[in-house]
Design a protein around this ligand. Structure first.
Ligand code: 5GP
Length: 342
């Protein structure tokens, strides 16, 4: 874990709401006398598991807590700081723009708040050891109605023009909900707007037709893809197109979608086929983890030496959604750190 802490890293699959630390939740709760003050309700401790539906109940509670533009901005800054302190040099944060008539929050002000949190954090830490490059993927929630998805994609397209921070779209939300066919038009709209796509798919058993439809969009990256290996047609298609997978070991174990023994996680099978894989946290707050800890789980599952772990982290740079220049700068920075590390 000590080595993984020092390893320079990129984080490509982190949902803002689920990434809030217990400390941040406690801080935000202190201004909300009406809500149950126990932050423990939104964190799954070591050795504990929940069903997917119970996790989505936690996300709902987190939405109740983070309900205004100021809170979204504060949450963004806190989460960025947590990742920077964990040795993350580049972060793609994803979050679903939401409306809350009670506080005046709407999808536009939500996106503005995330971007202003990112810009303020970067500005305040440009020359210190908390320096980190952050991008934003607005999320589409498959559990919500389709108008929300269209609105979010149109806003993302608009913000992409004014801010280099918006680089793509994420499709997430409760995998047991939603009519996936309806989400193909907004995803194709995002594609036409040159927004890159990261899509949660094959996260739970069943839903073969839905997952197959989503793969036809040819996303730049896949979130989880836990059950792809069991499905010959999808497995072949993902291997052939070399679509990178964002893999979140603790998340999958805690939501009971992969075996309790991390050495049986599907990362081992994909890497045996030399398929591009990126180690990620998903919801570091809810699943009480860090990216360094996820790398240490991966090292143990794969039996990798330090040099192989460095390569796993370094290769993740190939799959970020930012431009080639950003990739080159990251590669340079990682290689500068390498000699002192191995
Ligand atoms: P937010 O978008 O509010 O910043 O982050 C929480 C949201 O991210 C959840 O409501 C859900 O839509 C999405 N999310 C977080 N973790 C997962 C996950 O493991 N699977 C899926 N499908 N969606 C998730």
């Amino acid at each position: 874990l000590d080595f993984c802490g020092k390893l320079p890293k990129v984080e490509l699959h982190a949902h803002l709401g689920g990434s809030l630390s217990e400390k941040t939740v406690q801080g935000l709760l202190s201004g909300k006398p009406g809500i149950d003050q126990s932050a423990a309700r939104v964190v799954i401790g070591k050795g504990h598991q929940r069903t997917m539906d119970e996790c989505f109940e936690m996300f709902r509670i987190l939405h109740e807590i983070v309900d205004s533009a100021d809170m979204v901005k504060q949450a963004t800054k806190d989460v960025i700081n947590d990742f920077a302190m964990d040795g993350v040099q580049y972060l793609e944060l994803r979050s679903t723009p939401r409306d809350n008539p009670k506080t005046g929050l709407n999808k536009r002000s939500y996106i503005e708040s995330v971007l202003s949190g990112i810009n303020e954090y970067e500005h305040d830490n440009v020359n210190n050891n908390r320096c980190i490059d952050v991008r934003y993927l607005p999320s589409l929630d498959r559990g919500q109605n389709i108008e929300n998805a269209f609105e979010t994609v149109k806003l993302a397209e608009e913000f992409k023009v004014s801010s280099s921070k918006v680089v793509g779209i994420d499709l997430s939300g409760n995998p047991y909900q939603g009519n996936i066919g309806e989400f193909l038009p907004p995803l194709n709209l995002a594609r036409r707007a040159e927004l890159k796509l990261s899509i949660h798919t094959a996260e739970v058993p069943g839903y073969l037709d839905d997952d197959w439809k989503l793969l036809q969009v040819l996303p730049e990256r896949i979130g989880h893809g836990t059950y792809i290996i069991d499905r010959d047609k999808s497995h072949e298609m993902v291997l052939k197109n070399k679509i990178p997978l964002e893999l979140c070991i603790s998340s999958n174990i805690k939501t009971q979608t992969s075996p309790l023994d991390h050495r049986k996680h599907h990362i081992t099978t994909w890497l045996e086929s030399k398929h591009p894989c990126v180690v990620c946290t998903d919801d570091k707050g809810v699943f009480s983890t860090t990216l360094s800890y996820e790398y240490s789980l991966a090292a143990s599952a794969l039996g990798y030496k330090r040099s192989e772990m460095f390569k796993l982290s370094y290769d993740a740079i190939d799959h970020i959604f930012a431009d080639e220049n950003t990739k080159e700068n990251l590669r340079k920075s990682f290689l500068e750190i390498k000699p002192g590390l191995l």
